[in-house]
Design a protein around this ligand. Structure first.
Ligand code: BES
Ligand code: MN
Ligand code: ZN
Length: 498
């Protein structure tokens, strides 16, 4: 989709042509390797005259000084090198890429004054570049006509000079797998709902077979046999049939129980009969952000051959309003046997996940389950759009997830669960209803899910605020962020491999 740059690593050497990209630390400090590109005196003059302070991810592009064969010189700030986290390296990489413009060749001198740049840092920097380069422009038929949106004719060749190119390249192989997973998740979420319905989504999942992921797609007939009345009730108002996709990656020991990720895949959420207001309804093409993250994660784990057994399950439906649509007041029977009074057809994500979670637990007996869902508007009221809500019945899992969030920059914040909240979904007509009162909407939704996970360690990530409509950052200019892929790759890498 995007003009993805091609990235390679090399040892420090003279930069003879093209664009040179140099790091500048706080207070304008530069490394000897950077100074040698145009000489220390000239570099410090450029930094002084432009008052470039080296703030994290600040950047500046100038015409290269006379007397060199270079075209441009780009300065990128690192802030205080002692404080850099993985996420900061992504930001620096993203900022660097944003200044490359239409350059064909660019060389990055990845050296900091007074601090070492590890292979891991270099890989994160490169990952930031790849993620920044992403654009969703496949439906733009008139590309780059305007002066201010010049298109790259070919992908830029970027050479990153580091102390140990071999180690950096190795670390980058993993980072590239993660980048591919994030790009896949973003593509799925950005795709409009007329193009990507449940059947088409399932077809995209089947492509993971190429990476040796085992894929099974359940049809409505299969799901009916299993008794998934809760999921099917949501799908029944759409002309497009539902699917349940099951992905398995066996990278661990044969007998090891798998870990499991479950996603809400509502390819479009009109609200159903409890229809949503017109303004902003288009955004509900992204109501499969949880399922997209699970798919992207499976892609990432399989391409980097993660040493772990993983199951990914996504419930894919379209929430629409034809003559067969589910009505408020309908009572459905979930696969677990529990009955649900559907008082609001727009609280459909939990109905889909109820059967997906129960099925996952019942069939795979996983070590734990983490589900991701663009589940409630209420989570945005609580946390804004910079952290996803984390709900869990297990403090260890919650802690591991929280830490993976801080490490990756895809941050979480733990929210409460409890009997007081659970009672709010009791109803006299059935085992439960699918909405509670006016307050605590994100918690009520989580309580509903908890009724389908038994005693298995479980966490629910409400990504309604973070998966789509995302604010632009140094490494994401996309409406769909791909939130969850880097977070969960990190969770797996730090806790469950080898
Ligand atoms: N998909 C929505 C939640 C959502 C809203 C995601 C905005 C992203 C942006 C979900 O299905 C929904 O409609 N939730 C309702 C629940 C309510 C009816 C209890 C909501 O949040 O309003
Ligand atoms: Mn809804
Ligand atoms: Zn929804």
């Amino acid at each position: 989709m995007s003009k993805r740059p091609s990235i390679s690593f090399a040892k420090f050497a003279a930069v003879e042509s093209g664009t040179a990209i140099l790091l500048v630390a706080a207070e304008g400090k530069t490394a000897a390797e950077a100074e040698s590109v145009v000489g220390p005196a000239l570099l410090s003059r450029i930094i002084d005259v432009s008052e470039f302070k080296g703030k994290l991810a600040a950047s500046l592009s100038t015409i290269a000084p006379a007397g060199t064969e270079l075209e441009r010189l780009v300065l990128v700030g690192s802030g205080d090198p002692a404080k850099l986290k993985a996420d900061d390296w992504l930001k620096i990489g993203g900022a660097a890429l944003s200044k490359i413009g239409t350059a064909k060749n660019a060389t990055v001198i990845l050296a900091l004054s007074g601090a070492e740049v590890s292979a891991e840092n270099a890989a994160d920097f490169a990952l930031g570049m790849l993620l920044r380069a992403y654009t969703f422009d496949k439906y733009k038929t008139k590309k780059g006509k305007d002066e201010d949106e010049k298109e790259q004719k070919t992908a830029a060749n970027i050479t990153i000079q580091v102390a140990d190119p071999h180690a950096a390249k190795k670390a980058f192989t993993n980072a590239e797998a993660v980048a591919d997973g994030v790009v896949l998740a973003r593509d799925l979420v950005n795709e409009p709902a007329n193009i990507l319905g449940p059947v088409e989504f399932a077809e995209r999942v089947e492509e993971l077979k190429k990476l040796d992921v085992k894929v099974e797609i359940l049809t409505e007939k299969d799901m009916k046999k299993l008794g998934m009345g809760s999921l099917l009730g949501v799908a029944q108002g759409s002309a497009r049939p539902a699917r349940l996709a099951i992905m398995e990656w066996h990278g661990g020991k044969g007998k090891d129980k798998p870990i499991a990720f479950v996603g809400k895949g509502v390819t479009f959420d009109s609200g159903g009969v409890s229809i949503k207001p017109a303004a902003g309804m288009d955004e509900m093409k992204g109501d499969m952000g949880g399922a997209a993250a699970v798919t992207g994660l499976m892609h990432a784990l399989a391409s980097r051959k993660a040493k772990v057994n993983v199951v990914g399950i996504i419930g894919i439906v379209e929430n629409m309003i034809n003559g067969e649509a589910q009505r408020p007041g309908d009572i459905v029977t979930s696969m677990s046997g529990q009955t649900i009074e559907v008082l609001n057809t727009d609280a459909e994500g939990r109905l889909v996940l109820a059967d997906a979670l129960y099925y996952c637990n019942d069939r795979f007996k996983p070590k734990f389950m983490v589900n991701l869902a663009t589940l409630t508007g209420a989570i945005m009221v609580a946390l804004g759009v910079y952290r996803a809500g984390l709900f869990s019945n297990d403090d260890t899992l919650a802690g591991q997830l929280f830490d993976a969030g801080e490490g990756s920059g895809e941050k979480l914040w733990r929210m409460p669960l409890g009997d007081e909240y659970d009672k709010l979904i009791d109803t006299k007509n059935a085992d439960m209803k699918n909405i509670g009162g006016r307050h605590g909407g994100a918690i009520i939704a989580a309580q509903f899910l908890q009724r389908f996970v038994g005693d298995t360690p479980w966490a629910h990530l409400d990504v309604a605020g973070t998966a789509m409509g995302s604010p632009a950052t140094e490494y994401s200019q996309s409406w769909a962020s791909g939130f969850g892929v880097r977070l969960l790759d990190r969770l797996v890498r730090d806790n469950f491999e080898g």
